[in-house]
Design a protein around this ligand. Structure first.
Ligand SMILES: [Zn+2]
Length: 119
């Protein structure tokens, strides 16, 4: 049975094999990488910190991906590189944030967030 979900970027409804649960798939419409739900535990918010060794490893992995012309790399290079680091055995850990943050994906989101911050 396919898993259906909505692309985080373009809101297109996507349908993939249940065997892809938890995997990262690129939206065929916009190229945005999405974690197939049901096995996902969270979402990358676009903020990361690296040790000096981690930053060097990130540059190496990204150079490998660019050389391979990884699909969608130009749209989401950090998430692709982080997944590639995980796949190659680098220690990548998450910090869970349950509330106290705002998701800003559009100018309307920004305006709404600005209004909330000002009040
Ligand atoms: Zn999309």
């Amino acid at each position: 049975m396919p898993v259906q979900f909505v692309c985080q970027q373009c809101r297109k409804r996507l349908s993939v094999s249940h065997r892809k649960q938890g995997a990262v798939v690129n939206c065929p419409n916009c190229g945005q990488p999405n974690v197939v739900p049901e096995e996902a535990h969270g979402e990358f918010i676009g903020l990361a910190a690296f040790s000096a060794i981690g930053a060097a490893r990130l540059r190496e992995v990204r150079a490998e991906l660019v050389a391979q012309r990884a699909e969608g790399l130009e749209r989401a290079s950090l998430t692709h590189a982080l997944q590639a680091m995980v796949d190659r055995g680098s220690a990548v850990t998450a910090v869970e944030i349950h509330k106290g943050w705002m998701e800003i994906e559009s100018f309307d989101d920004y305006r709404r967030a600005w209004r909330e911050v000002q009040t």
